[in-house]
Design a protein around this ligand. Structure first.
Ligand code: ATP
Length: 209
């Protein structure tokens, strides 16, 4: 009887949260949507921000990056020298690939550690290269924020003070919107104002089953 009692008391293991991959091209509004998602009470993991932070946080990563790119990859204060690294890998695709082979697994582990601490049934993972790196395959669903190219360009010019040509050259290197739209499970069209964007975000996230 005692044994039966303790059996019935055993807590069911918590189901792991469903991971929604949130993505969008430059200036699409994915960060704005991510902030709305947090306002609606769901946690967001910012992959690109975490990747930038991890290169300074992990001693293991620092050693590997210095081995690959030289001591100059970190400045006199021990901080990742983004300009040095960019110059090194800009014209060397293999080197860039090797650098990513170091950074991406570290972000994966960082995400898994973050995920273990989450208690909501849905979590969001903001990643610019979700489809390019096929990370959507590791997600329950993908959510794409998209907008017309000219609208995205204008927003980035206003936000970053970049020229039309600078934004255009970044866009040209990204996966075309039409290809991303085909791959996405859920879509948010960010062609109008922030109120509309917030409403769409609410509708989409609360309709994910
Ligand atoms: P990136 O990949 O370049 O970091 P992103 O996809 O994260 O861009 P955001 O930073 O969210 O895009 O948005 C780009 C800019 O456009 C920001 O300044 C943001 O405030 C503005 N913005 C986004 N959506 C709207 C909107 N619907 N109306 C007006 N401004 C917007």
């Amino acid at each position: 009887m005692e044994e039966l009692h303790s059996e019935t008391q055993k807590a069911e293991p918590e189901p792991s949260p469903k991971i929604i991959g949130l993505t969008g091209g430059i200036g699409s509004g994915k960060t704005t949507v991510a902030h709305f998602i947090e306002e609606f009470g769901f946690p967001v993991y910012y992959s690109d921000d975490r990747a930038k932070a991890i290169v300074n946080e992990s001693e293991d990563l620092k050693i590997k990056i210095k081995e690959l790119l030289g001591e100059g990859a970190y400045d006199a204060n021990g901080l990742y020298d983004r300009k040095y690294v960019a110059e090194k890998v800009f014209t060397d695709k293999d080197l860039l690939h090797e650098l990513n082979e170091i950074i991406h697994p570290a972000v994966k582990i960082d995400f898994e550690n973050w995920l273990m601490k989450q208690t909501k049934y849905l979590v969001f993972k903001e990643t610019a290269l979700l489809f390019e790196l096929k990370l959507n395959k590791q997600c329950y669903k993908s959510l794409l924020v998209t907008a017309e190219d000219n609208i995205r360009t204008k927003r980035v010019m206003d936000r970053d003070g970049k020229t039309y040509r600078e934004v255009e050259s970044i866009m040209e290197k990204q996966m075309p919107e039409k290809d991303k739209i085909k791959l996405a499970d859920c879509l948010i069209y960010n062609n109008t104002n922030l109120e509309d964007l917030k409403e769409q975000t609410e509708r989409v996230i609360f309709s994910i089953e």
